[in-house]
Design a protein around this ligand. Structure first.
Ligand code: SF4
Length: 571
């Protein structure tokens, strides 16, 4: 019997995320290609974190006929529940596996291993001896070809790509079942869904730092095919999905794509797509989106308003349209062929606020913009930081809402214009970047969080993920979830409702709601507004409490006792 192993070393690309709690389409399509070839094949899926925790997984890999490794970070990210594999880790783990034919797929095989923001990629030469094929084409197509050719690796062209989106139609459906092997399945796993690939702006060369134009002109999957995949995933037991694998969701099925830099958005197609997804998966707990091009939203406000309304109609709250701003400095925009001016980004932010700022059922606004900035680009000067700061300040002063501001340093990817420029500006402006980041955190991000989720806001279904000392970090599932620190040690992988009590620069502190005053730890009690160290000790000494009156008597200040009542539960 054919045995295939898939090792997910995680991917993070401009248009695709596959770091837990996300699973990208790569392993699903590859599993689908195997099961399309042989419905009885054994496909074992394992994540790099499972191997880090338990080396006996290597035994399973060693007994396979084929081992497919998926890896590559082509945009810098920060992760909580998993960290992408490094090339050195692959060398140390896989060098002794002799039986399987070994393939490296994903952005690492195409562009090299991104290590962190501001640093050049590590070339695949490091892992050359470990792999039989470094697949710089499409993994699922190369795997299908290799299987047809009895695993004769010498006969295979690793740069084989899908000819059109129909090539993955069956793989996407047949591979859905592999998600059941993910350690986060079913409650904590988000599946990233692809609607198309290739950026419309590739006809003008695309942005200087971006790898997406190398995928060619946009080629859209049909609504029918996307919904068939969604139905298969839903049937398998998936509760959380993000329609995130495309350069701009507002440009799906846009008119003139492939001929125009900014094709006209197609509100009817987006309405049908989201309606179809809801029909295929009616009780999804999370349905979010990801990237949007602010230049498209600003140029076509009527169409994009309709699209945003369709998204809000079918999605779940707390959704984020991540706008690639990169820089508002006109010199940087011009030199890097960026997609939108400061005025256009502002128009897009306003439109999304107009449609999406109503608070939803999970405690967060329905749909908000997130802004992505990239530093180290060509033409960057000290003035760039001033202009970017003034722009963010204006958004804040205008009373608008942003869900997040992402400040990153460029990874110069081979094949992009930025590769020629390299890390020059990153090195030159190292201290400006650090200073800028701190200033934005302190004077814009923190107050923006206070505006976004005022003290006492109830956030529902926050999932506990990791500890740091006596602080438990948790997040809702979805696009760019807000990081929540819960004082105290709580069991992991449990969903809590929490009330916001304090603010960090990029996170909030919150306590479970309703809080049981008679069992809560000292750390949790201290975090309730007005309690602090001394009163927490007094509460601990005098509990159990049965009524609010008992609590009022135990504390020195009835007002504080009243305030505590907003957070706790007493018989
Ligand atoms: S608009 Fe620019 S950043 Fe966005 S996908 Fe296209 S090339 Fe990449």
């Amino acid at each position: 019997m054919l045995r295939v192993s898939i090792l997910d070393g995680y991917v993070d690309e401009p248009t695709c995320l596959g770091v837990p709690p996300y699973i990208s389409p790569y392993p699903r399509y590859i599993a689908g290609a195997v099961w399309d070839f042989d419905a009885h094949a054994t496909v074992s899926y394992v994540t790099i974190d499972q191997i880090r925790n338990d080396r006996s997984w290597l035994d399973t890999l060693s007994k396979s006929d084929m081992l497919v490794v998926i890896a590559g970070m082509s945009v810098p990210g920060r992760y909580l529940s998993g960290f992408p594999v490094s090339p050195y880790e692959l060398v140390s783990l896989l060098s002794n596996l002799s039986q399987p034919v070994k393939l490296l797929c994903g952005p690492a095989a195409r562009y090299g291993f991104g290590m962190s923001g501001g640093k050049s990629v590590k070339e695949t030469g490091v892992v050359e001896d470990v792999f039989d094929l470094i697949v710089n084409g499409d993994g699922e197509i190369v795997v299908a070809e290799l299987l047809k050719n009895n695993l004769k690796k010498e006969t295979i062209d690793p740069s084989l790509c899908r000819s059109d989106p129909y090539a993955i139609k069956d793989f996407a459906v047949k591979g859905a079942a592999v998600v059941q092997q993910h350690p986060f399945f079913p409650e904590y796993l988000i599946t990233e869904i692809e609607t198309y690939r290739g950026c419309p702006r590739s006809i003008v060369g695309g942005c200087s730092f971006c790898s997406e134009p190398s995928k060619g002109l946009p080629s859209f999957r049909t609504i029918y095919d996307i919904c068939a995949e969604v139905a298969a995933l839903y049937k398998t037991g998936v509760h959380h999905m993000r329609i995130g694998n495309q350069p701009c969701i507002f440009s799906y099925m846009s008119k003139g794509a492939g001929e125009l830099e900014f094709p006209q958005p197609n509100p009817k197609a987006l309405e049908q797509l989201f309606q179809g997804i809801r029909f295929a998966a009616p009780n999804l707990k999370t349905l979010h989106i990801d990237n949007a091009n602010p230049g498209v939203i600003a140029r076509f406000p009527d169409e994009c308003r309709r699209i945003a309304k369709s998204i809000v109609k079918y999605h779940t709250a707390g959704d984020v349209a991540a706008l690639g701003v990169e820089s508002v400095d006109p010199v940087v925009i011009k030199k890097n062929n960026l997609k939108a001016s400061a005025e256009e980004v502002l128009d897009a932010v306003k439109l999304l606020n107009e449609v999406g700022s109503t608070r939803g059922t999970n405690g967060l606004p329905e749909l908000l913009p997130g802004l992505n900035f990239v530093f180290g680009l060509d033409g960057e000067t000290k003035n760039t930081f001033t202009l970017d700061y003034e722009f963010l300040k204006k958004i804040y002063d205008d009373g608008l809402l942003l869900r997040r501001i992402n400040l990153r340093q460029v990874i110069p990817i081979p094949g992009t214009k930025m590769f020629e420029i390299g890390e020059k500006n990153v090195k030159k402006h190292k201290s400006e970047f650090q200073h800028f980041k701190r200033k934005v955190r302190e004077t814009i991000e923190r107050p923006m969080l206070q505006r976004l989720v005022p003290q006492g806001t109830l956030l529902t279904n926050v999932c506990t993920e990791v500890y740091e000392g006596k602080l438990t970090f948790a997040r809702q599932l979805g696009s760019y979830p807000l990081l929540v620190g819960i004082p105290g040690v709580f069991p992991l992988r449990i969903f809590y409702d929490v009330k916001v009590v304090e603010y960090g620069y990029r996170s909030v502190t919150a306590v479970p709601y309703p809080l049981n005053l008679n069992t809560a730890s000292r750390e949790t009690l201290e975090a309730i507004p007005g309690v602090g160290k001394k009163r927490a000790v007094r509460i601990l000494a005098k509990r159990p409490f049965h009524t609010k009156e008992e609590l009022v008597r135990a504390l020195d200040d009835p007002k504080i006792a009243q305030n505590i009542g907003e957070y706790v539960e007493l018989e």
